[in-house]
Design a protein around this ligand. Sequence first.
Ligand SMILES: Nc1ncnc2c1ncn2[C@@H]1O[C@H](COP(=O)(O)OP(=O)(O)OP(=O)(O)O)[C@@H](O)[C@H]1O
Ligand SMILES: [Mg+2]
Length: 252
Amino acid sequence: MENVIEISNLDYSYPDGHRALSGINLEIKKGEIFGIIGPTGAGKSTLLQHLNGLLLGNGEIIIDNLRVEKKNEKAIREKVGIVFQNPDDQLFCPTVFEDIAFGLYNMGFTSREVEEKVTAILEKMNLSRLRELSSHHLSFGEKKRVALATTLVMNPQVIALDEPFANLDYGNIMTVIDMIRQLPITRIIISQDILLALSICNRIALLDKGKIITVAQPEVIAANTHILKNAGLDYTPYLQLIRPWGFDFHKN
Ligand SMILES: Nc1ncnc2c1ncn2[C@@H]1O[C@H](COP(=O)(O)OP(=O)(O)OP(=O)(O)O)[C@@H](O)[C@H]1O
Ligand SMILES: [Mg+2]
């Protein structure tokens, strides 16, 4: 399958000198659900912000045959939509409608087109009720879904979601999973919920201390308890913790 993202020798240090990414090489295929897992501070969010030029490190990133660099910024941002870890970083307009409309106006759509597109995405995501509310008054789960809508409405070729399931109830998690699965585009998901990531991704990169430890299929990662344990991501004690309550994971 064709690569839609190619990252070569990417290094990034924050202005305070902290080296957050070292020698990242990664290829992501068109249409796959690609997971990025790793402990807190591994560099996952930093890596994601390189995909549309929000951060520019050393090395090379090619997206759909276009190099990520300042002069291609507009075209790259049309191709790649990022949903931030914290929805408050994404929502800044007086109303939900305006937050979702913002990027469309920037892309040059007419008022009528913006109105149509925003109305359609609000309906699709079951958010119409929130249309005229201020994003600041929404619950966290609602904010997360509005933030997702601001990105999806732009119709990107690649969507990168930073912790899309964090702090959501199980109903909302399932809604977001269904949406992600149905999108006919390349999807990149960062998640601390390793079990969820293993369940829904086609391939997964394990990141630790700014480096890629391995890229493999979920079943390979799941079986490699050694590397998971080394990265502090051994989930088997967690499974043991909930098992005494008698859940049978294989029923139904
Ligand atoms: N603006 C910044 N200035 C300096 N260091 C930063 C900055 N942002 C992040 N870092 C550091 O870079 C490293 C990687 O951070 P990053 O946010 O990418 O981690 P992460 O894997 O997304 O973690 P989490 O799972 O907690 O979200 C961390 O050690 C963090 O402290
Ligand atoms: Mg993060």
